[in-house]
Design a protein around this ligand. Sequence first.
Ligand SMILES: *Cc1c(COP(=O)(O)O)cnc(C)c1O
Length: 449
Amino acid sequence: MHDPTPEQLAAWDRTVVWHPFTQMAEYEPLIIERAEGCTLIDIHGNRYLDGVSSLWCNVHGHRHPRIDEAVRRQLDRVAHVTLLGASNPTTIALARRLVDLAPPGLAHVFFSDDGATAVEVAIKMAFQYWRQRPDPRPRKTVYVALGDAYHGDTLGSVSVGGVERFHAMFRPLLFETIRLPAPNPYRPPEGVAPERLREHCLAQLERVLAEQHERIAALVIEPLVQAAAGMIVHPPGYLRGVRELTRRYGVLLVADEVAVGMGRTGRMFACEHEDVAPDFLCLAKGLTGGYLPLAATLTTDEVWQAFLGPYAESKSFFHGHTYGGNPLGAAAALATLEVFEDEETLLGLKPKIARLAEHLARIARLPHVGDVRQCGLLAGIELVRDRATKEPYPWAERRGWRVCDHARTEGVLLRPLGNVVVIMPPLAISLDELDRICAAVERGILAAR
Ligand SMILES: *Cc1c(COP(=O)(O)O)cnc(C)c1O
């Protein structure tokens, strides 16, 4: 059989492949064939800077020799071993390494394959924990989550999610969640000054916990930044306040670091910025450096202990995914962590974070830029119809997309979140490449006017 022609590939990509979060009636194929560092190359040889880390997961660039080599070495041993009652050295070593790196108290690792499953696991473990612990609290069955939260697309993760456009349709299928407004400094509630937002939101949370803690199993949160919500950066101290309150009221804290973990915020884990140790830490996306699907849910010894007992008592966690903890993914993850050390990735991030801030300060002054938000090497630029009233552009105007479409003509690949342009390149991006991405965004915003 001959290799398909570019025309065939495009035709099949339009009609046979069903792309996620994509309107297939309008989809225009973009077919990436290979990559080098932070550059993606399509089947026609066009080169694009990867401005959103291949959907927020690439860390050290594509085709990093260390990670490539680690995957190849693992391939020479075995590609897959089940974790259902068995194990392999690579996955064990990764679990050990993650526990060493994670905030204190997180001593056990449950592997799955995607961010959604990492959160799903935390939700189910929390539920089962309350039923099985020595002093059971079976009434604790409800979850607290934030407005506009995004925790993945399986039904449990969607239940704690709160993005109207994605999730409203599925409401009849979802379990009950107590929803609190996201602390959004750009759009604070009526009458609340931005500097009082943290206090206001924590007081609101405390009221809910005081009244209902007896039925609340856990609170699920994206620490520091609600990424899919449009890169909403929480006020400083909010996360720590949430940890103090959940502890005081006996509610488990699930930290979904699928987007913000693995160095994105300038620290390995976002929780470190506020000295927070959650009861569950969910990792995926960047865990393998953006190479392979692998996710981890870390938890405490207290949770682990509640699942121990004689076989006949059926206290096991009856949950698993065939490829969870896959050794190829684990090899990529271990190599990713080694590269963090060898290349001093977090140290090297400082000038990049500062440079991004400089660009954003300039971009903030452009017409129709309502807000710029940054946390580490992650930024959101919110475009509004009217800066004074913060009136959003109608969704259908595809404002964010218009900026990204322009950037693509300059060889920069981006994907917006509605009216928010996202800049989230691999941590390995060079200052030069970062300048090119930001310049393309800037010209895109001017061109899209
Ligand atoms: C992307 C994301 C998820 C879902 O991860 P998948 O690997 O796409 O299932 C969950 N939580 C957050 C915060 C995310 O950004």
